[in-house]
Design a protein around this ligand. Structure first.
Ligand SMILES: [Zn+2]
Length: 490
C-alpha cells in the first residue's frame, strides 16, 4: 500500500510538470548552435580530465519582493545538475554569488523577447548564465541564442528534475533527439513519409547509414519523433511504436536528457553528445574555460548544531542560532520549521557565516531546525541532524535594582548545566572582562568567559553548577545582575 502511495505521488509530481511544455528552445536557435560547433565524431574529446565551468545563477522574483526560489532547493537542483554532467567530465561551479533580481516583467515573461531583454541586461560575460523565473514563456525552460542564456521555471526544478541538464545541453550545442519534429504530433497510423513536409530536418531512420545528416546528426542517439512530454515504459523506451521511412519499427530512447521523456526516465547524455559539448567548450564557448581552477572540497563530513541545545527553551526575539563552522564551506543554508518533517518551513536562509540572528519567532512554540553546508564546487551538501527548541512564552527580563534602564535578558532560564545561555542588555553595550556566577551567599562560584556573536554574548554554564545563582555582568553603565536557575541534566 505504501509503495503504491509513493508511486502515485511520484506520478502526480510528474504530471504537475508534465502539464507545462517541457522546453521552449526554438528550432532556429538549435540550428544556430549546431552550425557554430560543427560536431566531428572522429575528433572526440581533447582532454579526458574534468573541465570546470563557471555558472552564474540569476534568481528572479517580482517587483519589491524578497521572496526568492529557496536556496535549499536551488542547491539540490545544482547537485542533480552536476551529477547529470559527471560522466561528461563537465562540472559547474559558482565563480560568483547568486545574483538576485526583483522584476515582475522578467519573472513572468510570456514572450521570449522580455526574457532576452533580461538576459542581455544581466548576463555576465564568460559564464553560463541561468535565470530562475516563475514563467519562462510558458515552458519548463528554454535556451535562447539571442539572449545566450537559459531560463528555468521554478516549478520544474528540484532534486529529481533534469530540466537544467537538458537546457544546458542546448547551451553547449545539443539539439533535441527528435530535432525537426518540434510542434508536429506523430502518429504511427500515418505514413512517416507524409510528415516530411512538416519536419524541418531529414527524418532519421533506424539504419545508421545517414545518421550524421539526419535529425540531431548524432549516430549514437537513435530516431525519435516525439515532441510532447512522454512517459517511458519500465525498460526506459517509449510506449508508442514508431515506423521510419523504410517501415522499420522502433521505440524512442527515454534515457537521453535531450529527449522529451519524463524526469524519471532520463539519466544520460550519449558519448557523441558529450564529445559535442566539449567541442563547444573548445570552440565557440572557449571563454568559459578556467584551466587553472582548483576545486575545493569540504573539510568535514558532518555538521553539528551548537545553539540552542537540543530541547532548550529560548527567547524567540533576537535568537542567534549557531552551528559548527565547516572547513572549506562558503555557504550555509538554514531551515526552521514548525513541523518535524519540515512540511512548513518558516525560515530559509542562505548565509556566509555559521550563525543566523532570527528576530521574530512566535513565543511558546516548538521549532525544528537543520543546516546544510556547501561551497562553490560542492552542491551536494553535508547536513546536520534535526535540532529542536521551544520559544519562551515571554522573555525573562530582570530589572537591576534601582537602575531600571539596565535590562538584562537571559535565555534560557532555567538553563541546563554545561550548556550555553544567551545574554542581552537593553543598552547593548558591554564592558570587558568575565561574567561571574555567584551563589546565594554572595561567593564567586565561577568566572565565565563571554563569547561574542554580533551583539549577543554567550556564556557556558559549568557542568557542576546546580541550583539558584546570581549572574553578574559589567555593562558600560555599570554592574548588572539577574537570578539564574541551573538544572542538572542527570
Ligand atoms: Zn529542449
Amino acid at each position: 500500500m505504501r509503495c503504491f502511495l509513493i508511486a502515485s505521488l511520484l506520478a502526480l509530481a510528474d504530471m504537475a510538470t508534465a502539464q507545462l511544455p517541457f522546453c521552449g528552445t526554438r528550432t532556429s536557435d538549435q540550428q544556430h548552435m549546431l552550425d557554430a560547433v560543427q560536431f566531428q565524431a572522429e575528433r572526440g574529446r581533447k582532454d579526458q580530465g574534468t573541465v570546470y565551468i563557471p555558472l552564474k545563477v540569476h534568481s528572479v522574483t517580482n517587483d519589491g519582493s524578497t521572496s526568492h526560489y529557496s536556496a535549499w532547493a536551488l542547491f539540490e537542483s545544482l547537485c542533480t545538475l552536476n551529477a547529470d554532467f559527471l560522466p561528461s567530465g563537465i562540472q559547474f561551479f559558482l565563480e560568483e554569488d547568486i545574483h538576485y533580481i526583483a522584476n515582475t516583467s522578467w519573472n513572468h515573461h510570456p514572450e521570449y523577447e522580455k526574457g532576452e531583454e533580461m538576459m542581455l541586461q544581466n548576463n555576465v560575460p564568460g559564464m553560463v548564465n541561468c535565470y530562475i523565473v516563475s514563467d519562462p514563456a510558458g515552458n519548463c525552460g528554454y535556451f535562447t541564442y539571442a539572449g545566450d542564456a537559459v531560463a528555468l521555471n521554478k516549478s520544474c526544478l528540484g532534486v529529481r528534475s533534469h530540466t537544467w541538464a537538458h537546457e544546458l545541453g542546448h547551451f553547449f550545442s545539443l539539439p533535441h533527439t527528435f530535432y525537426g519534429w518540434e510542434g508536429v504530433d506523430y502518429s504511427n497510423g500515418k505514413k512517416t513519409s507524409e510528415y516530411q513536409s512538416r519536419v524541418s530536418t531529414q527524418i532519421e531512420n533506424k539504419e545508421r547509414i545517414l545518421c550524421r545528416h539526419q535529425a540531431d546528426r548524432f549516430c549514437d542517439t537513435y530516431p525519435d519523433y516525439i515532441s510532447n512530454r512522454w512517459t517511458c515504459s519500465p525498460d526506459g523506451f517509449s510506449q508508442i511504436i514508431m515506423r521510419d521511412l523504410h517501415d522499420s519499427t522502433f521505440r524512442a530512447d527515454g534515457s537521453l536528457f535531450m529527449s522529451y521523456s519524463g524526469d524519471l526516465c532520463m539519466n544520460r547524455f550519449s558519448a557523441d553528445q558529450m564529445d559535442a559539448m566539449h567541442q563547444s567548450i573548445e570552440g565557440p564557448r572557449f571563454d568559459l574555460q578556467r584551466p587553472d581552477i582548483l576545486p575545493r572540497s569540504l573539510g568535514a563530513d558532518s555538521l553539528n548544531l551548537i545553539y540552542p541545545g537540543e530541547g532548550q527553551t529560548v527567547g524567540g526575539k533576537k535568537l542567534q542560532l549557531t552551528w559548527e563552522k565547516v572547513a572549506g564551506a562558503s555557504y550555509y543554508v538554514l531551515q526552521i520549521s514548525r513541523t518535524n518533517n519540515f512540511s512548513v518551513v518558516i525560515k530559509n536562509h542562505l548565509l556566509r557565516t555559521n550563525a543566523a540572528l532570527i528576530d521574530s519567532l512566535t513565543p511558546g512554540k516548538d521549532y525544528w531546525w537543520r543546516v546544510r553546508a556547501y561551497n562553490e564546487f560542492v552542491f551536494c551538501a553535508i547536513e546536520s541532524s534535526v535540532g529542536t527548541f521551544t520559544t519562551e512564552s515571554l522573555p525573562v527580563s530582570v530589572w537591576d535594582q534601582g537602575e531600571p534602564h539596565r535590562t538584562l535578558i537571559i535565555s534560557p532560564n532555567p538553563v541546563v548545566s554545561g550548556s550555553y545561555v544567551q545574554v542581552m542588555t537593553a543598552d547593548r553595550q558591554y564592558g570587558n572582562g568575565p561574567a561571574e556566577l555567584h551563589d546565594l551567599q554572595g561567593n564567586v562560584f565561577a568566572k565565565l568567559n563571554p563569547i561574542w556573536q554580533g551583539e549577543i554574548c554567550y556564556l557556558q554554564i559549568p557542568p557542576e553548577a546546580k541550583g539558584m545563582f546570581i549572574l553578574r555582568l559589567i555593562t558600560s553603565s555599570g554592574p548588572s545582575q539577574t537570578k539564574l536557575i541551573i538544572n542538572n541534566n542527570q
